[in-house]
Design a binder for this molecule. Structure first.
Ligand code: PMP
Length: 439
């Protein structure tokens, strides 16, 4: 084993050589060095603001729903490691992947029957879009090759996903005119409990009617728009989308990469509306946050359509497709989730976040507090600059909590195993971060 690097050496090498998400080169912020993680706690390599352990408010971006270093998940990886960590998926198959695909078909909405396992959420969206376009091409309608979505969405950072992210103010504005031009509806009216909005419904219907001849699919994040702004909308809108898609011969794709596996209070957010999409993307919490893996599910209609075309295959096959280690831990994570009353735990966290975050509204710079399932959002009155971001994060660290604000948002999605005391601590930290950001 080489000599371990000191935290100082590590930070310096990191700054010189390592890209971080949405970061410049060399890096301008000083990332905290994590030494290990267990349960809901991240252990730092050295104290920061006098604190060595942080309660994780982020579940590593929606993924670590059972917390870190979980004995059952560790054992699943260890067991699989002793058999094989990877084999190619072309011409070969194996139990972890087959089991996972069958399980996903069992727990997702009814007509989804076929599963493409890939390596990240963005790739699963690439595959979903490819499925839609190829379906219509195979049916002799190649002109149906655009996607429709609503503003405020986020679907990943590779090419097709970027093209359906919010085109304004988002991270991918740089590429307008370069990306495929998709059709954008206005952002869905805000609020999970928002009543019917006839004007919005008319807008969607009109847009769909106008573009149906060239639309392959509609893609949205159901109920919760995540990295595009952490906004919630009414499940009734999903029923509307289903109806207009059917009316106009357009496929419906739900990106449940963030919402999947219980986060919004239903196992999948589609469940709030009892609506089934034609294609569904899963990722993040699929492996309990242990390894990178995603899944794109589709109906038999879509699969058979593709397989009847001039190129009668789905032309996609990543090297690490169906990775056995990731599939094994995904199986264990799903079993763990379904083996306890996760619904009750998500409700408990929802109640804790509602209680604990409400007070933040008293701060002059807080515009709105919203909570759904195990997701809590405090929206500030303006976007944070680098100094505000750093002040907010530091204030949370002083409270012993890890948060990662973006734009005008302080948001949390704690692991489902977060106890009430740690949950209260997370809420205190969010309030402290909001107060620090306003100074
Ligand atoms: N879709 C949604 C809804 C997401 O939240 C994300 C990740 N933030 C992605 C797609 C992309 O997933 P990945 O980062 O694994 O490529």
């Amino acid at each position: 084993m080489p000599e371990p690097l000191t935290p100082g050496e590590l930070r310096e090498l990191d700054r010189q050589h390592v890209w971080h998400p949405y970061g410049p080169m060399p890096g301008r912020e000083d990332p905290l060095v994590v030494e290990s993680a267990s349960g809901v706690r991240l252990r730092l390599a050295e104290p920061v603001e006098g604190v060595r352990e942080l309660v994780d408010g982020m579940s590593s971006w929606w993924s670590a729903i059972h917390g870190y270093n979980h004995p059952v998940l560790n054992e699943a990886v260890r067991g699989q490691l002793g058999r094989m960590s990877h084999v190619m998926f072309g011409g070969l198959t194996h139990e972890p992947a087959v089991r996972l695909a069958a399980k996903l078909v069992e727990i997702t909405p009814e007509p989804l029957r076929h599963v493409f396992l890939a390596d990240s959420g963005s790739v699963s969206v690439e595959v979903a879009v490819k499925m839609c376009l190829q379906y219509w091409r195979s049916l002799g309608r190649p002109e149906k090759r655009r996607m429709l979505t609503w503003r405020g969405g986020y679907h990943g950072d590779t090419w097709q996903p970027m093209a359906v992210c919010d085109p304004q103010g988002g991270m991918h504005q740089l590429w307008s005119g370069v990306l495929p031009e998709q059709v954008f509806a206005d952002a869905p009216p805000a609020g999970f409990d928002a009543g019917a909005d006839p004007a919005y419904e008319a807008h969607l219907r009109e847009l769909m009617a106008r573009h149906a001849h060239e639309l392959a699919g509609v893609i949205v994040e159901p109920v919760v728009q995540g990295a595009g702004g952490m906004r919630f909308h009414s499940p009734a809108l999903l029923r509307l989308l289903r109806e207009v898609c059917d009316e106009h011969d357009v496929l419906l794709v739900f990106d449940e990469i963030a919402t999947g596996f219980g986060r919004s209070g239903e196992l999948f957010a589609a469940g709030h509306a009892a609506v089934s999409p034609d294609v569904m993307c899963l990722g993040k919490a699929l492996t309990g946050g242990y390894l990178t893996m995603s899944a794109t599910l589709c109906t038999t209609r879509v699969a058979e359509g593709i397989s009847r075309g001039e190129v009668p295959v789905l032309a996609h096959g990543p090297t690490f497709m169906g990775n056995p280690l990731a599939a094994a831990v995904a199986n264990a994570s799903i079993e763990l989730l379904l083996g306890y009353d996760w619904r009750q735990e998500v409700k408990r966290i929802e109640a804790g976040l509602r209680d604990g975050l409400a007070e933040a509204l008293e701060l002059p710079n807080v515009r709105e507090v919203r909570v759904l399932g195990a997701i809590g959002v405090v929206q500030l009155d303006r976007p944070l600059d680098a100094a505000g971001m750093s002040a907010a994060s530091r204030a949370a660290v002083r409270e012993g909590v890890w948060l990662r604000p973006f734009r005008d948002l302080l948001y949390v999605m704690p692991p489902y195993i977060t106890g009430d005391d740690d949950l209260a601590r997370i809420c205190t930290a969010v309030r402290a971060a909001a107060a620090a950001a306003g100074r």
